[in-house]
Design a protein around this ligand. Structure first.
Ligand SMILES: C[S@@+](CC[C@H](N)C(=O)[O-])C[C@H]1O[C@@H](n2cnc3c(N)ncnc32)[C@H](O)[C@@H]1O
Length: 421
């Protein structure tokens, strides 16, 4: 499951320049413990299901039709969003199959404007799916795309909690943690199979055609597909207490979305695309983080950006590939340091810079640093916008209006990008 790569807590907590992002959530009332075990994402050892485990228990669920939202805080519902009235034509933007808590369903239904149409890009078909050597399929731009531009948006095929739960009542005593995980995955798959059975044939076929990098760890096919293709929507959807303003739900309480087109985007540690989720249209947006030329492949970063190449490869291991992006191939201790220190360094430089915006030497240092940042692909990170804003301001102060134009335009594009997060 991909992490929200622009959601580093450091990035949000340290700089006070633009307004903090807020993810305001209602706080559900606490409830007594339910007899459920939850499965985190990541690597799982295939220890096999214990011989004495009786896996024949019937899967039981709440099925939620229409606008019903009066569920208890711990109830999980299988529901279609936007809800579908069978006597009317299906929503042209599609319907998402969701395994969500009743509270989340109520939250979605109470979102102002819900269910509005999904945002449309400047022109249709700004990208296509094509095979890529050593990557399976990938997504490619069909036209030049500007920073901050919406490339496409879509209703997810499936939305589930990232750490899914299953009943643990029948787990034999003395089971090792690995075996418990296998049982949980087995039980979770039953629920997911049920969710998939509720989908239209076309959307179920699209779901089942997605890549699965978890075929050999005991994960069922749909759970494997979710773990390979899910985008975190932790800034917008999660159970339990709301995160502090500007923070996101922790992974074990957050939701994730599997998409038809978006989930075909491959990974790079130098991404050019970000995803965001809008509750009112119940859709994922995919937006350019830098200029993309027609024919270029779109890339998303599946893991953390501010770590060494070795740590990035470790984090990507569950996806079953070794990243060969330019940042990984050309990794050096100095470039690792650039990434690890990026947030702190930008914070420091911006604090220094705003004290004296007419210091030409400082501006030159900033421009040199920006060159290194861009070469490493870190201009895809939201904190980069503070650098851009400072450079633009300093150049304007120093009368370098022609040079400032580019940075001021970039800053404007970033303001729009950040609004979506
Ligand atoms: C979310 S899917 C991306 C789309 C996928 N390539 C497909 O054919 O549907 C993730 C999987 O794509 C492959 N993949 C993604 N990024 C890659 C990369 N940079 N290099 C090699 N394989 C990659 C891996 O198999 C990974 O488990």
């Amino acid at each position: 499951m991909k992490r929200g790569f622009l959601n580093s807590s450091k990035a949000k907590a340290k700089l006070a320049l633009p307004e903090p992002l807020s993810a305001k959530e209602e706080t559900p009332k606490s409830n007594k413990e339910s007899p459920l075990g939850t499965l985190p994402f990541g690597k799982v050892k295939d220890a096999g299901i214990p011989d004495d485990y009786d896996g024949s228990s019937k899967f039981q669920c709440n099925e939620s039709h229409g606008r019903r939202t009066d569920y208890g805080p711990n109830e999980v519902v299988y529901t279609t969003i936007p809800s579908q009235d069978m006597s009317k034509p299906a929503d042209p933007d599609g319907h998402s199959e969701c395994v969500i808590s009743g509270l989340i369903k109520a939250k979605i239904f109470n979102t102002p404007g819900y269910p509005c149409a999904i945002p449309k890009p400047r022109r249709p078909n700004m990208c296509v799916i094509k095979p890529v050597a050593d990557m399976g399929l990938g997504v490619f731009a069909t036209c030049d795309i500007k920073v901050g531009e919406l490339i496409f948006s879509e209703r997810p095929l499936l939305v589930t909690r990232r750490a899914m739960a299953a009943p643990t009542a029948h787990i034999p005593r003395g089971c090792s943690p690995e075996k418990v995980k296998q049982i949980l995955m087995f039980e979770i798959e039953k629920g997911l199979q049920y969710a998939a059975s509720r989908m239209s044939d076309e959307r179920r076929t699209a779901l089942m055609a997605l890549a699965n990098s978890h075929k050999e760890d005991g994960s069922g096919p749909i759970l494997g597909i979710i773990r390979t293709n899910g985008f975190s929507i932790a800034s917008k959807l999660g159970d339990g207490p709301a995160p502090a303003p500007g923070q996101i739900y922790p992974p074990e309480r957050a939701y994730g979305a599997v998409c038809d087109l978006g989930s075909r985007i491959n990974h790079s540690c130098m991404p050019n695309v970000m995803s965001s989720f809008a509750l009112s249209s119940f859709s994922m947006q995919f937006t350019a983080l830098r200029e993309i030329k027609a024919g270029e492949q779109l890339f998303y970063c599946y893991g953390g950006m501010f770590q060494s190449a070795a740590d990035r490869q470790k984090e990507l291991a569950p996806y079953g590939f070794e990243c060969k992006c330019a940042a990984c191939v050309n990794a050096t201790p100095a470039r690792d340091k650039l990434r690890i220190e990026f947030e702190d360094r930008v914070t420091f430089l911006v604090r220094e810079g705003i004290r004296n915006t007419s210091d030409r030497n400082f501006l030159n240092r900033m421009l040199q640093y920006e060159k290194e940042v861009v070469a490493e692909g870190l201009d895809s990170q939201r904190i980069y916008r503070f650098m851009v804003a400072l450079i633009g301001t300093m150049q304007t102060t120093l009368g370098m209006h022609r040079e400032a134009k580019r940075y001021l335009e970039l800053e404007k594009a970033w303001k729009e990008i950040v609004k979506q997060l």
